[in-house]
Design a protein around this ligand. Structure first.
Ligand code: UDX
Length: 435
């Protein structure tokens, strides 16, 4: 089997490397020549545990190739995957599909024989149909079948998610397309992975439904945490007591400063727009989008309140900037709302992240300092705010925090520390939804 993967971004790289590991001959295309050169040299532009090894091994074994030539990659491919970006369009919150459509047309023009064109990028319902129209118009004489195969990869555990998925969803309209996709995923038969084969629109919607449901679940537990704080209840016990009900499930019930990342914020917004457009508004998703955006700002206000209502001249140490641990990804991270608000309120912010500081420097307001360790950030701080639950922060003993700080306010927005130990050390400790 030979495939082309259009786009060496997060999804394209991980999926490409994993298919190569399955024994497929994979050609990954990107129009960024520097990126392609780096990848050929074994330098991976993103941080994802295990990806460097996987790329190195498969390049060495001749199954994984990187090129800037779409033509070269598409030639002889049984399937071509579109894994280009679908950012939120400025102004209206819809997904911007211009990259998907442009790539689809280029693939059609480059095709030399029948192939299956698969959208892997998360695309709104109806995109597959439009891709089909584009390729038919470009190459009416060729048998190009369009399919949808959404990914459900989490950053930080993307390779495991690809190799041992809960399910694979394929949206197809034709037996050949289905056979090609089933063959590509055949190694998963060994671990009896369910394959949900369905129509194209259904597959597209399934991805949004899954992501939006998880986002709603997180917002739900965040609102329960707000209520816990008012009534003196413990959100972790509520979440355990709820989650043990098999119909609810224990995962994604961890409260925090609001979800971020490249998927949930973008996908909830896009689903909400699509639903509205089709006259079936999803008020639950709408409310989640609004609440989550507000929540990040509410977290900043919490920090200011802990500083006595006035942040002017105060030093705040922010631990963790990425949207979650084990990634260098800053997209839609809570830190992007919290830090600017603290700076605006007059605080001096010293931020540290084990992987994200490089990206953060470009995204944070002027004046934010980036010391090179957590303890360097904490030294002399009036307040410490934990925004991302990296393991190295969990391991900091409360006494060490206390001795290094100037003030005593600790805001643990991920519930990574033990309330009793923090209070014993004499710190004014606040977490989320715990008495
Ligand atoms: C997500 C989906 O899980 C994945 O299936 C999809 O393909 C892409 O989007 P990812 O964005 O990598 O993956 O991160 P995920 O681990 O799902 O976390 C998303 C955000 O939710 C993070 O900001 C995380 O901190 C937050 N979160 C998650 C919580 O606040 N509480 C939880 O219980 C779980």
């Amino acid at each position: 089997m030979r495939i082309a993967m259009i786009g060496a971004g997060y999804v394209g790289l991980v999926s490409g490397a994993c298919f190569a590991e399955f024994g497929v001959d994979v050609h990954v295309v990107d129009n960024d020549a520097d990126k392609v050169a780096a990848l050929r040299d074994g330098r991976i532009p993103i941080y994802e545990p295990g990806l460097d090894r996987l790329v190195e091994d498969n390049v060495r074994d001749g199954r994984l190739h990187f090129t800037t030539s779409l033509h070269e990659a598409v030639r002889g491919a049984d399937a071509v995957f579109l894994a280009v970006g679908t950012p939120t369009r400025r102004g209206d919150g819809h997904a911007d599909l211009s990259y998907v459509y442009a790539a689809a047309e280029q693939v059609a023009r480059a095709a030399e024989g029948p192939l299956v064109l698969v959208t892997k990028s998360t695309v709104p319902v109806g995109t597959g149909r439009e891709v089909q129209r584009i390729v038919r118009e470009a190459r009416p004489e060729l048998d190009i079948q369009v399919a949808s195969n959404p990914e459900f990869l989490r950053e930080g555990s993307a390779i495991g998610d690809f190799m041992r998925p809960d399910r694979v969803v394929i949206g197809v309209e034709d037996a050949r397309a289905e056979a090609v996709l089933r063959r590509l995923y055949r190694p998963l038969n060994l671990i009896e992975t369910p394959i949900v084969a369905t129509g194209i629109e259904t597959a597209e919607l399934t991805k949004y439904a899954a992501n939006a449901f998880l986002a709603v679940k997180i917002s739900f537990i965040n609102q329960i945490a707000d209520l816990c704080e008012r009534v003196g209840a413990d959100v972790h016990d509520v979440s355990k007591g709820m989650g043990l009900d098999g119909r609810i499930g224990r995962k994604f019930l961890h409260p925090g400063p609001g979800f971020g990342g490249s998927c949930f914020p973008k996908d909830t917004l896009a689903l909400s727009r699509t639903a509205e457009q089709h006259g079936a508004p999803m008020s639950i998703v709408d409310a989640t989008v609004r609440y989550n955006d507000d929540r990040k700002l509410v977290m900043a206000e919490r920090v200011i309140a802990a500083l006595g209502g006035n942040a002017v001249g105060k030093v705040v140490a922010v631990l963790g900037l990425t949207f979650k641990p084990e990634t260098d990804d800053m997209r839609e991270a809570a830190s992007l709302a919290v830090v600017p608000r603290l700076v605006e309120a007059g605080a001096t912010v010293r931020a540290f992240d084990p992987q994200g500081s490089g990206h953060a420097r470009q995204m944070m307001p002027a004046g934010v300092e980036f010391p090179d360790s957590a303890m360097a950030a904490v030294r002399g701080a009036d307040a410490v705010v934990l925004l991302t639950e990296w393991n190295e922060f969990r391991a900091i003993p409360p006494e060490k925090l206390r001795d290094a700080m100037r003030g005593d306010a600790v805001l643990d927005l991920r519930n990574a520390w033990e309330p009793a130990a923090m209070r014993q050390a004499g710190l004014r400790y606040q977490s989320i939804g715990r008495p």
